[in-house]
Design a protein around this ligand. Structure first.
Ligand code: HEC
Ligand code: HEC
Length: 278
């Protein structure tokens, strides 16, 4: 073989290697938004298995609580009763890094959460959980202003009663913790939340802090339908052995299953990687 032919052969072999290696890490070089959109479409074709959803949910329960009610201080959102399509879209966005969530990201990746079927399963499980009757609300001043702003600027997308829109995967926002609503609204307004709706960003452009607080206070007080609410004090019977706040110390997230297993290949594990600094 001439030197020249050898060099060509070697470069072909190398380029094959390089592209195989790239493929092993990421299915394709789409944008995060496109990766998430494709996964969403795929998940929507699957039939959910609630029993497996319950098992997958064990990981989520540590942060979102066994009831899916999150925390009134807004650190963790209530996800119970959220529309199934919204949960699927947010999970797909978070694990494609189309929505930054450094805390949850390592638990959302396929190696830990599972593939599209697990997303379908856990989303169906979460969607059917009854919601808290006692979510965190705002200070209760300016509610008439909040109602006016809501009717004019929000109801056409999020629904008259904050019920969201299943087909358009627009989140239900009624009964969400006020402080979580504030945090997300800020993230959407400032562009920090990458997956936000450009039409919403335009709609809320120029809102004063007074308008924002008033409309989100009103939103947090919108009552989901009675059929979606739990009784006060309800605990999720699917997790009878769950120890809530032992000695007042909230539990830490579990070590994701499989993290300690030796990687199958000599390659470093693709997940979880260190979340990007904000
Ligand atoms: C380590 C803690 C943690 C774990 C484990 C976790 N999450 Fe989250 N999750 C969060 C935090 C924090 C947010 C809010 C992030 C933000 O402020 O943008 C969130 C947001 C979400 C949202 C978006 C809610 C919304 O309305 O904006 C969904 C849906 C969700 N999580 C579902 C899940 C599911 C399903 C699981 C289990 C597979 C899970 N989470 C596991 C911490 C966690
Ligand atoms: C043009 C339609 C549209 C309008 C108008 C709109 N939104 Fe939204 N909003 C959306 C969509 C779509 C999302 C979800 C984007 C995504 O993550 O996929 C969203 C997300 C949100 C979220 C985050 C919810 C969550 O669970 O993470 C909040 C809070 C919110 N909107 C509040 C409001 C309020 C309050 C108003 C009125 C002042 C408003 N929106 C007006 C479409 C709209």
């Amino acid at each position: 073989m001439s030197r020249h032919a050898f060099a060509i052969g070697l470069s072909i072999a190398l380029s094959g290697l390089v592209s195989t290696a790239a493929y092993a890490q990421e299915p394709a070089s789409e944008s995060p938004a496109e990766t998430a959109r494709l996964e969403y479409e795929q998940v929507m074709t699957l039939t959910p298995d609630l029993e497996n959803g319950r098992k997958v949910y064990l990981t989520c329960a540590v942060c979102h609580r066994p009831e899916g009610w999150g925390a009134p201080d807004g650190a963790y959102p209530q996800i119970a009763g959220q529309l199934r399509t919204v949960i699927i879209k947010q999970l797909a966005d978070i694990r494609a890094r189309n929505r930054d969530n450094p805390l949850m990201y390592p638990f959302s990746v396929p190696r830990i959460l599972g593939g599209p079927q697990s997303v379908a399963d856990v989303a169906a499980y979460v969607a059917q959980l009854p919601m808290t009757p006692e979510n965190g609300v705002g200070p209760g001043v300016d509610l008439p202003l909040g109602k006016d702003v809501y009717t004019e600027h929000c109801s056409k997308c999020h629904g008259e009663n904050g019920e969201g829109n299943e087909a358009e995967h627009i989140p239900a926002i009624a009964g969400q913790h006020y402080l979580y609503l504030m945090r997300q609204f800020d993230a959407i307004r400032t562009g920090r939340r990458k997956n936000s709706d450009p039409k919403m960003v335009k709609q809320i452009d120029g809102f004063t802090p007074l308008h924002q607080a008033a409309v989100l206070d009103y939103t947090s007080r919108l009552r989901p339908p009675e059929s979606k609410l739990a009784e006060t004090g309800w605990t999720n019977p699917d997790f009878p052995a769950y120890v809530r706040d032992p000695m007042g110390v909230p539990p830490m997230p579990p070590m994701p299953a499989g993290l300690l297993e030796a990687p199958a290949s000599a390659e470093p594990p693709a997940y979880p990687s260190v979340p990007p600094a904000r």
